[in-house]
Ligand binder design. Structure first.
Ligand SMILES: [Zn+2]
Length: 481
């Protein structure tokens, strides 16, 4: 065969190949647009679509109430039938064992009421503040989430659900680290720190934190962190959480509603632990941002994160910031939380970021987030339920316009009776400018902007996404020919 003929033949095949790729890409885009306003069609589409990771995932809030209820029933704990408070002991005459309820044939009805109490199921949107309905569930089911047995069950539940929903990675906010060693730290530092906050005195705050840090270090907190890390590693390995189709990593968190010294002790431990365990990939700060203490100490918390970053520069952290809206707090408090988390504390990712339009110089902040690759974790249904912020009140499109890296997450799928699929459905229905290509980008972002420490695992998860997307697109197209 003449060489020029061979060359032409090769070119022809390349053109066919390119042609078929672009036809496929156009077709999947076209199909996606055809179901844009069809919720059931979108559910089916996003159920089958590979979704990569869920990077804003609270462990205890992601477990469905039914699991917690099975646990307390099986333990035969007491339940106060007047207020549905579950405990290990009898508080008053209204407290009955679950086995007694069964004999009385009222257990199914009480279980239904517990599901309503421990999640947002059947909530009517008016009879109680939605943020309280949401946050109070945690103290309710806490009793069922404090033993090894229930934690094991929860981890396996999250893994199995993820696998069924085409989610290959979860980065879960797992727990705070207990450490009795730090009990002797002088609570007098609370006043010193509060006073420094009153003056916005950064230098004095840093000096005080350094003194506290030295004291904490002397109390052998490293051993607390090491004990925690080894028990988490053995649990993770024993349950075989990671396998060829699924990976889980953990964030330590601190709760923001306690006095400053307690936040700082917990934060040092969280960083110490995350600095020395491959499975613990980051740190976070949780609990309602509009809580009185959270609001009062927000500035201090930012200084604490900045301080810990100087001690543990390799530890990544995502921060709940700007989970606020007009009416929930005073308007002036809406102007600086994301700014401080990004610019002062140096967060690697921001959780929620809902008050962005209210932030002072928000365009500069958005540009800065894009430039520094500070990803935004978007939690659409959570924001709708807790804050009543949705559709064009939500700053999603501001983040998109300024090219801030976007990841789509669940927050608390168990409490919210939701899942990751629903978040993509809401995204597609509400923001018609978001293309299938944008969505694919967000899925890849969920691996790219994860805090996974091992480059080989990140690479593997991205490669898996590519082959899963190829398979998914082929299946969708062949089903709708
Ligand atoms: Zn959250």
């Amino acid at each position: 065969m003449a060489p020029h003929f061979i060359l032409m033949k090769k070119l022809f095949f390349i053109m066919v190949l390119l042609g078929s790729i672009s036809v496929n890409a156009q077709s999947i885009d076209k199909y996606f647009e055809s179901i844009r306003n069809n919720t059931a069609g979108l559910i089916a589409f996003f159920s089958a679509m590979p979704k990569g990771g869920d990077l804003h995932n609270h462990f205890s809030g992601s477990i469905y109430a039914e699991t917690y209820i099975s646990y307390v029933v099986q333990k035969d704990y007491f339940i106060d039938t007047s207020n549905l408070k579950v405990d290990t002991f009898k508080n008053n005459s209204d407290c009955l064992r679950f086995s007694q309820l069964e004999k009385m044939k009222i257990l199914p009805a009480v279980k239904q009421r517990l599901i309503q109490k421990w999640s947002v199921k059947d909530y009517n949107g008016v009879s109680y503040p939605s943020d309280l309905q949401f946050f109070e569930t945690f103290s309710g089911f806490g009793i069922a989430n404090n033993s090894f047995r229930s934690i094991e069950t929860g981890l396996l539940e999250l893994k199995q659900r993820a696998q069924r929903e085409n989610v290959t990675y979860i980065e879960t906010m797992f727990t705070s680290i207990p450490c009795d060693n730090t009990k002797s730290i002088d609570a007098g530092y609370n006043n010193i720190l509060e006073n420094a906050q009153g003056r916005f005195d950064e230098a004095y705050t840093a000096t005080t934190l350094e003194q506290l840090y030295q004291q904490i270090e002397e109390l052998n907190v490293k051993s607390c962190a090491a004990n925690f890390n080894s028990s988490l590693e053995s649990l993770h390995n024993r349950l075989k959480i990671d396998d060829s189709t699924f990976t889980m990593r953990y964030q330590n968190y601190v709760t923001r509603v306690v006095p400053p010294v307690d936040v700082f002790k917990a934060l040092v431990l969280a960083f110490e632990s995350a600095n020395s365990c491959p499975l613990i990939v980051g740190v976070n700060i949780v609990a309602p941002e509009n809580n009185e203490t959270s609001m009062r100490d927000y500035w201090l918390h930012m200084q604490m994160f900045r301080f810990c970053h100087s001690k543990y520069p390799n530890v990544k952290y995502s921060m709940h910031a700007g989970e606020l809206t007009l009416g929930l707090v005073k308007p002036e408090e809406l102007t600086w939380h994301i700014t401080a988390a990004v610019r002062t504390a140096g967060a690697n990712r921001i959780g929620h970021g809902v008050d962005m339009p209210y932030e002072t110089k928000c365009y500069d902040l958005l540009k800065f987030m894009a430039k520094t690759n500070t990803a935004i974790e978007i939690n659409l249904y959570s924001n709708e339920f807790i804050l009543k912020v949705k559709e064009d009140q939500h700053p999603f499109n501001m983040y998109k316009e300024f090219n801030v890296p976007i990841v789509i997450c669940t927050d608390d799928a168990g409490v919210l009776r939701s899942n990751l699929i629903q978040q993509y459905v809401l995204l597609a229905k509400r923001y018609k400018n978001v293309t299938y290509r944008d969505i694919k980008k967000y899925v890849y972002n969920s691996i790219e902007y994860s805090f996974i420490k091992e480059p080989a695992i990140k690479k593997k998860l991205k490669e898996q996404l590519t082959s899963r997307f190829e398979h998914f697109e082929k299946e969708v197209l062949s089903a709708h020919q």
